[in-house]
Design a protein around this ligand. Sequence first.
Ligand SMILES: [Cu+2]
Length: 259
Amino acid sequence: MQVVQADGQNIEPVCVDELRIGLAETYDVIVTPEAEVYTVFAQSMDRTGYACGTLAIHPGMTAAVPALDKPVPLTMMDMMGDMSGDVRAHHASSEYGANVDMRVDMPRTNLDDPGIGLRNNGRRVLTYADLRSIGESPDPREPGREIELHLTGNMERYSWSFDGLEFGASTPVHFRLGERLRVILVNDTMMTHPIHLHGMWCDLESPGGDFQVRKHTIIVQPAQRVSFRVTADAPGRWAWHCHLFYHMHAGMMRVVVVA
Ligand SMILES: [Cu+2]
């Protein structure tokens, strides 16, 4: 597959065998058939089920359907981050409470990780390091300030939150209309969260802080730190949340006010 768009935005084409799609993410791919019939196969991340379709030159043709991959346990990197790295996280005081059962002190910043269950599987798997918007940064201004939020939870209580504050206990995040700011997300949990910002684009940065790709939903892997730039060009109140419904509903949601 040649991936040509991410979240509806043109990217430098990249060829892969497989890609992970977080809830709300979209990818557009071009397939150039070399055989007459293919199975397009999509398995859930927990490997309990799949959907598949057939791409063929004539109706009624079928191709082999692969077996589900085996579930893979988390690694130390998924729980501890990068212990040899030099990025240290600072945790808000609200992260020290019953809503949070885990904090990552040394998050990893690598974007070239295909994620849990997709590492070293013999296939060419898309990673965020492969995604490059075509052209220059849509807003070349340097960010005027930074906002850091941590993705938090307590697995046993099934509580999910930002900075340890469930939605009902939180206050809005304020963006100033017209500003360019940097948002840093640190995942203090062992789950993979697709974080969706309404109303404005997220311009994902490389680990070195260079503009890489424009998206509206950014997967944050366990123990990972990502940063992106936002141009606050949409006045109003916007939802910002994990797109896994069970997480959003349990509290991993904030209101962003742009004014
Ligand atoms: Cu989530």
